[in-house]
Write a protein that binds this ligand. Sequence first.
Ligand code: CA
Length: 273
Amino acid sequence: MIVAGAGLTDRGRLRPHNEDSLLVEAERGLFAVADGMGGHAAGEVASHLAIEAVRTSLAEAPRADDDMPARLRDAIEEANRRIAEQIEQQPECRGMGTTLVVAVSEGRRCWVAHIGDSRAYLIRGEQITQLTADHSFVNELVRLGMLSREQAARDPRRNVVTRALGSGAMVVPEIHEYRVEPGDTLLLCSDGLNTMLADERILAVVRETSGSLEEVCNGLIAAANEAGGEDNISVVAVRWQGAVEAAEGPTPLAPPTAEGSPTSSETGPTAEA
Ligand code: CA
């Protein structure tokens, strides 16, 4: 199978800066979105440092014998370290941080790692599935049954993340592996997309733009801006095409294998993303 990708980031309609960063390296099967926070351009610095750390740490294409979750964890620790170093050198950057969602594709295998409320969605046929669970204050309340998903989407605290790079010495990413099929589309996005567009709307826009992945990104960002564009909007679209080797056979979307599931001791200080 061949993987293709495209990415686009936009300031949106209200924010003075774009603090998001993204990574699209289809030839290496490497994709990421980071949503920086911290103000006075610090958020931009944090998201850029995280993306660069992922790019350089995962510089070599995965091999069959690789322990990809361990490689992803190392890359994310490196990103956290670089942000901490920057804060040490420039105390005015104190408080900066970033979310991160990373996807690595190798054949039919796709690993997704995330921290914070940047999301991954898988679109297969007529169905959209959110692969990542937001590390956010309102999502914790949803898990506890104290808020409905609809209430969470409107809650003024919806930007508060419970895990972020740069927020503490220990960063615990969630990492899951999936089996992808030809025609599958993976979206990585910052919350500027999904706070403006419901999942069904995201699916509809992707289905309407049957052309290139660049058009998919353009269409989603245009729709989020039409809906208000209240935050920076970033989208990376990834699609798999081609024949599946007979030995591999069809596989349903695998349920996530739990890793790094949240506990109170792993939950860092909260921050605005
Ligand atoms: Ca954001």
